[in-house]
Write a protein that binds this ligand. Structure first.
Ligand SMILES: *Cc1c(COP(=O)(O)O)cnc(C)c1O
Length: 489
């Protein structure tokens, strides 16, 4: 496929601008580039086709089953997109006086209230732009809390080995040392190891729950108690709230703060690097440290105020507002009955698919699972030579997106499958059939699986090259595209 630059022909254009009817004004010479930018010149029809072809090359939730564990690639109702683009939401400016955007502020305030209710927290900020950004915000709250109490010796954050990879990364970004705690045989936190890890240096614990094995930790109350007793605070990674929303609340389990991924659980399309949102909820004792500003209702009007000991701004303006609008539309549409129903269906779908596969594939943690489950392809690889990568790649030939591969790290040949609540029984059955067919192929001719997928335009890109030396820029001097570009799918 050609790049848009390669389609360019001098003089072609997609725009038809009216004659300029005001005096031309040029910026200071100092600010001008020396040479005109080398922009592609293409006709509208070619431009349109180019991007349509590109869209056809991509695989999204609207193309087929997308069980990418941990990422919650569920279907997002179209109406939420429409609501987010209503002019009252989309055509306002963040610098408008608060009195002219009362509806937008009310939208934010109501979303905060509902998220506080769903998580069992007292206050919420919508500022963080993603899950990991929410984690960072939460840890800054924890740091500010200890600092305000004069407790400067608390420099470590405890992270179980079943945590999402962003947790230890966030802890070190926030300036803490990370203490790793192993899992027990059931895939939960090893309580003895946790007891041994806490101490006067413990600032807090970050718990991903359900964890990356798709398991709800049955000892969660005790985990919280152990950390609190040592003087630490408890952070709940609630990026995957979809199996528990409306059923249990991190706040009731004893957690001090939590982040959610609106772009996973609450209906915003993601995966292409588009805007996300990772709101953070906290209990009363952390609320004074929240990022500024927060929305409050005072004398019948919504105003933006700065929390007393705010950690400052985490993002310009008020977070990704369009994502907030989608989340609010989703929560209000589902309501008190719909939210837990979605959670139950997420859990049901994952368990259904797991049961349909467990006679062939090894389930290292037999469950029941929450919204996702992890398969161990180690035994299949030993027996046939077909790896988790081979199975995942072959899955593409069935018109479905592969599961997450080689994560979590505590299962070496892991495939992590998250069907989500929006899939029908027929789709789950088709996925089970595909996995079963691949298992038989592995036993009959594992060699053939090594070259899967056979039906996609790009088969096996050099992922190492693509990650280490990505070619993301077109340079007119070298029209030849190097091999690594193929990898940068
Ligand atoms: C996705 C995810 C994150 C990170 O969220 P981003 O929006 O990608 O930063 C953190 N924790 C868990 C458990 C997740 O699944």
């Amino acid at each position: 496929m050609n790049l848009i630059f390669e389609l360019s022909k001098p003089g072609r254009a997609s725009s038809l601008l009216p004659e300029c009817d005001v005096p031309a004004a040029f910026p200071d010479e100092r600010f001008c580039r020396a040479k005109a930018p080398n922009l592609p010149e293409v006709a509208e029809v070619d431009l349109d086709r180019h991007y349509n072809h590109l869209a056809d090359e991509a695989f999204g939730v609207c193309d087929g089953f997308y069980p990418l564990g941990s990422c919650t690639m569920k279907y997002n109702p179209r109406i939420n997109e429409e609501i987010a683009t209503l002019p009252g939401f989309a055509d306002i400016h963040p610098l408008q006086p608060a009195s002219t955007v009362q509806g937008a502020l009310e939208t934010m305030a109501l979303t905060c209230d509902l998220l506080a209710e769903i998580t069992g927290m007292d206050a919420v900020t919508l500022q963080p732009a993603a899950g990991a950004h929410g984690e960072y915000t939460g840890l800054l709250l924890i740091r500010a809390y200890h600092k305000a109490a004069g407790d400067t010796a608390r420099t470590t954050i405890i992270v179980p080995d079943s945590a999402h990879g962003t947790n230890p990364a966030t802890a070190s970004m926030a300036g803490f040392d990370t203490v790793n705690v192993p899992s027990n045989e059931q895939g939960g936190v090893d309580l003895d190891a946790l007891r041994a890890a806490v101490g006067p240096d413990t600032a807090g614990l970050m718990l991903t729950n359900p964890n990356t094995l798709g398991l709800f930790d049955p000892n969660i109350l005790e985990i919280c108690a152990i950390v609190h007793e040592a003087g630490g605070l408890c952070y709940y990674d609630g990026a995957n709230l979809n199996p528990i929303m409306g059923i249990v609340r991190p706040g009731d389990m004893g957690f001090d703060c939590v982040h959610l991924n609106l772009h996973k659980t609450f209906s915003t399309p993601h995966g292409g690097g588009g805007p996300g949102s990772g709101p953070v909820g906290c209990k009363e004792h952390l609320a004074a440290f929240l990022p500024t500003p927060v929305v409050e209702e005072r004398d019948g009007a919504y105003v933006l105020v700065e929390p007393e000991h705010s950690i400052g701004r985490m993002k310009s303006f008020y977070g990704n507002f369009g994502v907030t609008v989608r989340a609010l539309a989703y929560i209000l549409a589902l309501g008190k009955e719909g939210i837990p129903q979605a959670a139950r269906t997420a859990v049901l779908n994952a368990n259904y698919l797991m049961r349909k596969l467990e006679d062939l594939y090894t389930m290292p943690y037999p469950g029941p699972c929450m919204h996702e489950f992890v398969m161990d392809l180690g035994p299949l690889k030993e027996e046939t030579g077909a790896s988790a990568l081979d199975v995942a790649k072959r899955f593409l030939d069935f018109g479905m997106h592969p599961p997450t591969m080689y994560f979590p790290l505590i299962v070496h040949e892991a495939l992590m499958v998250e069907p989500t609540e929006t899939e029908s029984r027929e789709t789950l059955d088709a996925a089970a059939e595909a996995f079963r067919a691949i298992w038989h192929e592995a036993h009959e001719n594992a060699e053939a699986l090594h070259s899967a997928p056979l039906t996609t335009r790009i088969g096996r890109p050099d992922e190492v090259q693509a990650a280490r030396k990505p070619v993301v820029r077109w340079t007119p001097e070298e029209p030849e595209r190097p091999a690594a570009q193929e990898g940068a799918e």
